[in-house]
Design a binder for this molecule. Structure first.
Ligand code: FE2
Length: 317
């Protein structure tokens, strides 16, 4: 018998490679799963906070249970407040054949106060072309605003809701498909007021908290609100502020949902595109003035069919 020379505790070095000027890194040397060692989890978390979105290739071994077990190393997995999970666990199905498209800039689930801190998206079936995802860094967007606009944003609050005009986003969708998706997604209508500038609870950075779930800026007329939303959103979507990922099956992307928006490009025609998303619980945002977000309606976030809802594991303000 030969004697093993490598120590039993040897681990593969985790390497983090920055791939965008303002956002994005690739992480190599990691096999994601519930058994990942604490040092690797700490490296991933640090890279996530620094680069906002991180990408892993070759994670085909992950199934729903492994995906969820890894998520638990970053925090508490939470169910979507209204959309049933793909398999009765925490994984949310993102399936091109079931009407759900994410071709608008958004931060996940901002229509509740303590929306998810992290989203972990795993590619199962990828189309032969298209179907990329873009992410934007909302901390860099704030940082690069001219000072008068930063001062303006600091004092604003905005109302977010899951009730919005789906038909305007998908004019070619069949009415029955739209009606069915809408009925599920908005089975409970949420209204939440957030600060437009969120102070990040881990990094202390100021981030712009906007995106597609915003209905209006509090206290403004519809026209003024729309003009200001377009102004700030344009800074978030600036190409220098974004990164685009071309998926391969087995890829995993993790983003800091408190410091990013993302957009799923709807350009793979009728080809199948299936991904699974697990989200990790966040906490209630606060603005630069220390005032927290507040749920306007309903009175509490109801329990979903499985597990706990986003925000339910943290004390609401
Ligand atoms: Fe999303």
């Amino acid at each position: 018998m030969t004697t093993a020379t490598a120590p039993a505790t040897a681990t593969t070095p985790v390497t983090v490679t920055k791939i965008g000027g303002r956002i994005g890194a690739r992480i190599d040397g990691v096999r994601l799963g519930g058994d990942l060692d604490a040092a690797a989890v700490a490296d991933i978390r640090a890279a996530l906070l620094a680069h906002k979105v991180v990408f892993f290739r070759g994670q085909e071994h992950l199934d729903e249970a492994g995906h969820e077990a890894f998520a638990q190393l970053l925090g508490t997995p939470v169910a979507h407040p209204t959309v049933p999970s793909a398999d009765g666990r925490y994984a949310l199905g993102i399936d091109s054949h079931h009407g759900a498209r994410a071709n608008q800039w958004h931060t996940d689930v901002t229509f509740v106060p303590a929306y998810p801190a992290f989203s972990i998206l795993r590619a199962v079936t990828i189309p032969p072309y298209g179907g990329n995802t873009l992410w934007a860094n909302t901390a860099a967007a704030y940082d690069h605003l001219p000072e008068p606009l930063r001062a303006l944003a600091d004092g604003l609050r905005a109302v977010h809701s899951n009730e919005y005009d789906y038909a305007a986003l998908r004019p070619d969708a069949l009415p029955e498909a739209l009606a069915q998706y809408r009925e599920v997604f908005t089975s409970t209508t949420f209204l939440t007021e957030h600060p437009v500038v969120r102070v990040h609870p881990e990094t202390g950075e100021r981030t712009l908290l906007l995106g597609n779930f915003v209905q209006r800026i509090s206290g403004l007329t519809g026209r003024d609100s729309r003009l200001l939303l377009d102004l700030f959103q344009a800074h978030i979507e600036s190409p220098e502020n974004t990164i685009r990922h071309q998926w391969q099956a087995g890829d995993v992307a993790i983003w800091d949902n408190r410091a990013t928006q993302h957009y799923g490009v709807d350009d793979s025609d009728d080809h199948e595109r299936t991904l699974r998303r697990v989200t990790v619980d966040g906490d209630v945002p606060v603005g630069p003035d220390g005032v927290p977000s507040r749920l306007i309606s309903p009175e509490t976030v109801p329990e979903p069919g499985f597990g706990i809802a986003s925000g339910a594991s943290t004390a609401a303000a």
